[in-house]
Write a protein that binds this ligand. Structure first.
Ligand code: SF4
Ligand code: SF4
Length: 147
């Protein structure tokens, strides 16, 4: 009983630590906010959608390219998509998402134009140094013939 009274007195002495709306606690420097896409860099490969376990990102094929969709309401802000994007097209805002009331209110879409590959770049086997030995270069025999 004594300890409860002591705790009660301490709480009364320290005052409330709950911030009244709309005040909010300060955010950390490495805060992970909403995901942002840079459509100029994005190739529409869909890897971000593949690694997103909460299906917050979808990439749809459209007539002349892709449509990149993101719903922050489904996002857990894990940053897997930003870490896996091969083109480094994704970043995360350093601020809190805005307050919203309706599901899908923060949803966003970007049209990604199909990127043309530079002409005259043949697809070749791995360089021998990278593969370890000539025998390990997939599909290429000793004399360089295709198996
Ligand atoms: S954002 Fe990155 S991972 Fe996602 S589709 Fe574009 S290039 Fe691919
Ligand atoms: S931060 Fe995580 S949950 Fe949010 S879109 Fe990226 S992979 Fe999905």
């Amino acid at each position: 009983m004594k300890s409860i009274l002591r705790l009660l007195m301490q709480n009364l002495r320290d005052g409330s630590i709950t911030l009244p709306y709309p005040e909010r606690p300060a955010i950390q420097s490495n805060f992970r906010g909403m995901v942002q896409n840079e459509p100029e860099e994005c190739t529409g490969c869909g890897l971000c959608a593949y690694v997103c376990t909460s299906s917050a990102i979808t990439v749809l094929r459209v007539l002349d390219g892709f449509q990149w969709n993101y719903d922050p309401g489904q996002c857990t802000f894990c940053a897997r998509c930003t870490q896996r994007c091969p083109k480094h097209a994704l970043t995360m805002e350093g601020t809190r998402p805005p307050v919203y009331q309706l599901r899908g209110a923060l949803r966003q879409s970007h049209d990604v134009k199909k990127k043309k590959k530079p002409a005259g770049t043949p697809i070749g086997p791995l360089p021998i140094e990278a593969a370890g030995s000539k025998d390990m270069v997939a599909g290429i025999g000793e004399q360089g013939e295709v198996r």
